[in-house]
Every structure is written in structure tokens, then in C-alpha cells.
Design a protein. Structure first.
Length: 178
């Protein structure tokens, strides 16, 4: 599975690497059309960025990653369900994979964790949402409980292991992908 940044580089549309996508964007990669999901909920005005870290740096960081919503066997967490509802009319395909199987299939790509929806910053009680190079943390840096993980990400290309399933609803029914 490829992150958006790899596909953007292969399409030679490098201006898309660091620019927020207000709409979904079709690009051509090796003769095939790929649609990159919009980044509409990503509002710079809702973000607190550390000194020396630009909004464009964060956009590129998002584009460098493959994202997964954690969940239980029967459904993703509420953030994943809301994401599905947002794009329901686009008829997305949902992949379901066991975390440890995915991590085991990618020993050279360390998973990182985020305790909020990184691409949808909100202001809370007048405070902007922090974003920056510490948004995604490896396991030994993540000081919260496993139940507080909102996103699991991998920076770079990953291999999907045997046993991955796909479906058209967050609750299935599920079919084998590989």
C-alpha cells in the first residue's frame, strides 16, 4: 500500500506534496488514474504549530503516511465511523486487518500512533489543536493507553499481509482481499 506522497512523486505533480487538497484530486500513476482523498477538514487556522514548522510541512507529513483507524473485530472506533459517513456517497472500500499481523508484515516500517484525528484539527475552549513533528509517536513515546489511540500510521510504503479483508460498510460483510 502506497502513501499519497509516493503516488504524487510518481505522477510528477510535486506541487501536491505540500498543498492541502480542498477537493479530491485525480492523478495518473503509471497510466492508471488514482484519486487522492480531499483534506477538507484540515484547517490551518485551527492548528498550533511549533516555531520553524510550517503548515506545508504538516501537509507533507500527512501525505507521507498510510493511515488506519483502530477498532474492534466488529467495527472501527467512532472516528473511523464518522470518516466513513463523511465519504459514504463516494462508496469507499474498507480494509480490515489485525494490527499485529500488519505490523509483523512490515518489520522495517515502525508504526506510529496519534491520540486525535490528525487531519481534522479543532479549536477547544479557544485553544488551537497542536500539530507538528510530534503528532505521530512510536510506541515507546506514546504515553497514553492503547484505547486512546485514534490513528495508527506507517510512514512510507507498506505490505498488506495475508488475511486482509475488504467490505463496503464498517460492519462488513467481509471478503478476503488476498
Amino acid at each position: 500500500m502506497l502513501p499519497a506522497a509516493v503516488m504524487i512523486r510518481r505522477s510528477m505533480q510535486l506541487e501536491l506534496l505540500r498543498r492541502r487538497r480542498p477537493l479530491s484530486e485525480a492523478i495518473v500513476v503509471k497510466g492508471r488514474t488514482v484519486v487522492l482523498r480531499d483534506q477538507r477538514p484540515l484547517h490551518q487556522g485551527n492548528m498550533f504549530l511549533p516555531r520553524g514548522y510550517a503548515f506545508e510541512d504538516f501537509v507533507e507529513s500527512l501525505n507521507e503516511r498510510v493511515f488506519f483507524w483502530p477498532g474492534k473485530a466488529d467495527r472501527p472506533i467512532s472516528h473511523g465511523l464518522r470518516h466513513f459517513e463523511r465519504y459514504r456517497n463516494d462508496k469507499p472500500v474498507i480494509l480490515r486487518v489485525q494490527s499485529m499481523t500488519l505490523i509483523g508484515a512490515n518489520p522495517s516500517v515502525e508504526p506510529t500512533y496519534c491520540y486525535y484525528n490528525s487531519g481534522s484539527p479543532r479549536c477547544s475552549r479557544g485553544n488551537k489543536s497542536p500539530r507538528g513533528p510530534d503528532t505521530f509517536l512510536c510506541a515507546h513515546q506514546f504515553s497514553r493507553r492503547a484505547s486512546q489511540v485514534v490513528e495508527v500510521t506507517f510512514k512510507g510504503e507498506i505490505t498488506m499481509p495475508p488475511g486482509v479483508q475488504f467490505g463496503y460498510q464498517p460492519s462488513g460483510p467481509w471478503q478476503s482481499l488476498l
